[in-house]
Design a protein around this ligand. Structure first.
Ligand SMILES: [Zn+2]
Length: 283
């Protein structure tokens, strides 16, 4: 898989044009070592757009089970709260919100919280939406940019809800930012945002309208049902929309996007590990 290529040509990771693998600099765009020391092609081969959905479902499920084993919360909240990890447990694994960030200095949690879930229905609903939306996004943006949009939306959603919760704590519950929050739904709203952007950018009004309807229905659902982090949804949608506009679906995906996506994935998973290490340090 990580075979090193020593001769021939590769696609430049910056400009997508063909260059010699041993070229010190791309003659088209000037990028230094466009062959990535022989690993540019290996990078493109692991792109596997089909593996992202199983990866997200597998990682979220594993972390959900681990967080349940770590601390279990009887299930006082009815059906929605069934099989809920304790608040302490989701905090330890890297929940975001104004308390972890501003109370405990856990500033990296907007990266980790997207992998964690607060109950059985919470994770089942979110994984269903990811299966529904992510394949389309992979097709339209390419796997690298789809993953980047997913991660950026999570970070922007959790950053917004945490900061809003910190600066405006006295609001009615439905308008308040989250004190402790987890879930893939900020990222899912980012996928909505990116699909709306795609529809607008390509003139596909039917797609834009369809996705906007889903997003609005789901957002209103969040306003009506208690315990749903509406600011994370809003921030996720905005983050996904802006990231998608910057990454521009009308341009082809570059290997650099893939590299950035892999680094982003790695950082967000490291954030979960670091959350646990930090938790045992402050306990
Ligand atoms: Zn180039």
């Amino acid at each position: 898989m990580f075979e090193r290529q020593r001769s021939g040509s590769v696609v430049c990771p910056s400009c997508n044009r063909l260059v010699g693998v041993n070229e010190p600099q791309c003659p088209h765009c000037g990028r230094v070592s466009p062959g990535m020391f022989g690993y540019a092609r290996a990078l493109q081969r692991i792109s596997g757009g089909e593996s992202f959905v199983p990866f997200v479902i597998g990682t979220c499920s594993l972390l959900y089970v681990l967080s349940l084993l770590f601390g279990f919360d009887g299930g006082s909240g009815g059906l929605m709260g069934m099989l809920a990890p304790s608040r302490e447990s989701v905090f330890a694994f890297g929940a975001s919100g104004w308390q972890p960030i501003f109370g405990f200095g856990r500033w990296w949690t907007p990266l980790s919280a997207t992998w964690l879930h607060g109950s059985l229905l919470h994770i089942v609903f979110n994984m269903m939406w990811i299966r529904q939306l992510a394949p389309a996004l992979m097709r339209l943006y390419g796997p690298g940019r789809a993953v980047l949009i997913y991660l950026i939306a999570g970070v922007s959603g959790f950053t917004l809800t945490s900061c809003w919760g910190y600066v405006a704590p006295g609001l009615p519950v439905v308008l308040r930012g989250a004190s402790v929050t987890v879930g893939a739904s900020a990222s899912i709203f980012g996928l909505f945002g990116a699909l709306v952007l795609y529809g607008r950018r390509t003139g596909n009004q039917a797609l834009a309208r369809q996705v906007r309807t889903w997003a609005v229905v789901l957002f209103v659902f969040g306003l009506v049902f208690p315990g749903i982090d509406n600011w994370a949804h809003l921030g996720g949608f905005a983050g996904g929309f802006v990231a998608a506009a910057v990454l521009d679906p009308l341009k082809p995906e570059r290997p650099d996007h893939l590299l950035a996506a892999l680094i982003g994935l790695l950082l967000s998973l490291l954030a979960v590990g670091f959350s646990l290490v930090h938790y045992f340090g402050i306990r």
